[in-house]
Design a protein around this ligand. Structure first.
Ligand code: AMP
Ligand code: TRP
Length: 326
């Protein structure tokens, strides 16, 4: 029987943090055992906000290296840069012709980002390109964090709309969003998610941060009033965020952590959280150091060739369906 296809993407804008890892990347890695996985560094998406052209290729290469260090295995998964396969953009154009502008203007991420950087067509069409990424390979499932839920809903709508208008072509992709870790919060404000673009580096822990930085970040993390260590997003968002991280890095249930640190005060608890994060990230730092930039570039280049071939076969069917071929 044909194995199901998984697709996901990550923007190569430096700063890959524990939110990316716990919300998405860990699932990417896990799914490689069971599915045909396609993982893409979505450089075209990253161009929709201001960026520095002189650093862009370097950051993209570093992101590619980080993901391999996190466990993306190019021997098992197809792994490449989005811009190397022009079919993403071609399909995005076609899907754009069946996308309502009203639906796009309701996208939370568009509203947030256009507020800070000014709207451009790329930012507006961002979710359509994302839908094209997914549908191009007929993906069945998409591992992402909670913030991508709405975009995935659009991809599902577009698949249905296309199938209805032009004939059954796309499976309706299912989101894979973990029950815990899908929304790791900022260490400085547990009401907002941890983000690559937060101007305050104290708000996040990067997967490559050294142990001293991690200890300092967690020590300085904003906590809640009171002193009990309790998992309760309403009353104790700061502490809950830390409990969740510790639980995910150690594999211990939330209750067992609450049980051990419940009444011992924040200080001791934070030290334990820091050590569990350091230990959880150590293999990634080591794997990153052992990789070579030249090898990584070769891997993504070979991936692009294979992805290109695959995409061409699939896209030909779309061209036929929409009337662009005979
Ligand atoms: P991005 O950094 O926007 O390219 O996101 C890459 C992946 O990480 C996506 O699947 C996001 O949903 C996920 N992600 C980003 N930020 C977080 C967060 N704070 N918590 C959990 N997952 C996240
Ligand atoms: N928009 C996603 C993010 O910012 C990245 C992305 C682009 C993606 N294309 C995708 C994720 C396709 C899953 C599937 O996190």
């Amino acid at each position: 029987m044909k194995r199901k296809t998984v697709f996901s993407g990550l923007q190569p804008t430096g700063n890959i943090h524990v939110g990316n890892y716990l919300g998405a990347l860990r699932n990417w890695v896990r799914l490689q055992d069971e599915y045909d996985c396609i993982y893409c560094i979505v450089d075209l998406h990253a161009m929709t906000v201001e960026y520095d052209t002189s650093d862009f290729a370097k950051e993209r290469g570093e992101a590619a290296r980080v993901l391999i260090a996190c466990g993306v295995d190019p021997k098992r998964s197809l792994y490449y840069y989005q811009s190397e396969v022009p079919h993403h953009v071609e399909l995005a154009w076609i899907l754009g012709t069946i996308t309502g502008t009203g639906q796009l203007s309701r996208m939370t991420q568009f509203k947030e980002k256009s507020g800070t950087t000014g709207a451009n067509l790329g930012l507006f069409a961002y979710p359509v390109l994302m839908a094209a990424d997914i549908l191009l390979y007929r993906a069945d499932a998409v591992p992402v964090g909670d913030d991508q839920r709405q975009h995935l809903e659009l991809a599902r709508d577009l698949a249905e709309r296309f199938n209805f208008r032009f004939g059954e072509e796309f499976p309706i992709p299912e989101p894979i969003i973990p029950e815990h870790g899908a929304r790791i919060m900022s260490l400085q404000d547990p009401k907002v998610k941890m983000s690559k673009s937060d101007p305050d580096p104290g708000s996040r822990i990067l997967v490559l941060d050294d142990p001293d930085t991690i200890r300092a970040r967690i020590k300085a993390a904003v906590t809640d009033s009171g002193s009990d260590v309790r998992f309760d997003w309403e009353q104790k968002p700061g502490i809950s965020n830390l409990i969740e991280m510790m639980s995910l890095f150690t594999g211990r249930p939330l209750e067992s952590i609450e049980g051990e640190y419940g009444t011992g005060g924040y200080g001791k608890f934070k030290e334990a959280v820091a050590e569990s994060v350091i230990e959880g990230l150590a293999p990634i730092r080591a794997a990153f150091a052992a990789l070579d930039d030249g090898d990584v570039e070769q891997i993504v280049r070979a991936g692009a060739l294979e992805a290109h071939e695959k995409a061409e076969v699939f896209q030909q069917r779309v061209r036929e369906r929409v009337g662009l071929r005979g």
